[in-house]
Design a binder for this molecule. Structure first.
Ligand SMILES: Cc1cc2nc3c(=O)[nH]c(=O)nc-3n(C[C@H](O)[C@H](O)[C@H](O)COP(=O)(O)O)c2cc1C
Length: 187
C-alpha cells in the first residue's frame, strides 16, 4: 500500500508537523518559551526521573552563540543565526534514586522534546530538531559537566520566507516527504 494513499485522519498537530528551515527573525515571546518548557515538564518518564535538561539560547546572547558555534556546517548554512531560539536538549545520565546509569534517559528526553514541538505548533511557532553538532565541543563551550549528555538541538521560531534559503535547502524545503508504509513497521 502506498503511504500517501493511506494518510489516515490523525491528531491534527501531528499531521501538521514537519521540519522547515525557513525561519523568520521574529522574536518568540517569553511566555511562549515558558509554555514550551511547561510542555516538556509534564512529559512521562521512567520512575518519574525527568532526566531532561535544556540550555536556551536566545539570538544575540552568549548561549545562542555557543550552541551555533558547535553546529556542523550543513546546519550552520541554513540557520545563519536567523531563528530566534536554539534549545540544546540534554539528559542527566544517572538516576536521582540509585545513582545508576538511567537506561531510558534519551527515550524520556525524546518524548519531552516532542511535547515541546507539538506545543510550539499549537502556539503558531515552527520547530526543527537537529543532531548535527559536535557533542564534545558543545559541553566544553557551555562549560557543562559530562554528567549531562547533549542529544539534540531544537530550532524554534516563526515561519519565514523560504526564498531566503540557499538553493540546496530551498529544494529540500519543497521535497515530497516520504515514509515507510505501516506494514514495514510491523515485525
Ligand atoms: C534526532 C533528529 C536529528 C535530526 N538532525 C537534523 C540535522 O542535523 N539537520 C537537519 O537539517 N535536520 C535534522 N533532522 C530533521 C530530519 O531530517 C527530519 O525530521 C526528517 O527528514 C523527516 O522530515 P519531517 O520532520 O519534515 O517529517 C533531525 C531530526 C531528528 C528527529
Amino acid at each position: 500500500m502506498n503511504q500517501n494513499e493511506q494518510d489516515l485522519d490523525i491528531f491534527p498537530l501531528i499531521k501538521k508537523r514537519w521540519s522547515p528551515r525557513a525561519f523568520s527573525k521574529q522574536e518568540i515571546e517569553e511566555s511562549k518559551i515558558l509554555s514550551l518548557l511547561e510542555a516538556a515538564r509534564w512529559s512521562p518518564s521512567a520512575s518519574n526521573e525527568q532526566p531532561w535538561r535544556f540550555v536556551i539560547g536566545r539570538r544575540g546572547d552568549e548561549k545562542y552563540q555557543k550552541i551555533y558555534e558547535a553546529l556542523d556546517n550543513w546546519n550552520k548554512a541554513w540557520i545563519r543565526e536567523i531563528p530566534p531560539v536554539l534549545i540544546l536538549n540534554l539528559t542527566k545520565k544517572h538516576t536521582m534514586h540509585s545513582g545508576r546509569v538511567n537506561p531510558t534517559a534519551e527515550y524520556d528526553l525524546g518524548q519531552a522534546v516532542f511535547a515541546m514541538v507539538l506545543e510550539a505548533l499549537h502556539l503558531g511557532l515552527i520547530a526543527h530538531e537537529m543532531s548535527g553538532f559536535d557533542h564534545k565541543k558543545i559541553l566544553e563551550l557551555l562549560d557543562l559537566s559530562d554528567e549531562y549528555e547533549p542529544v539534540s538541538v531544537t530550532v524554534f521560531g516563526y515561519h519565514g520566507d523560504d526564498k531566503q534559503l540557499p538553493d540546496d535547502y530551498y529544494r529540500q524545503e519543497h521535497r515530497v516527504r516520504e515514509r515507510k508504509p505501516i506494514e514495514d513497521l510491523l515485525l
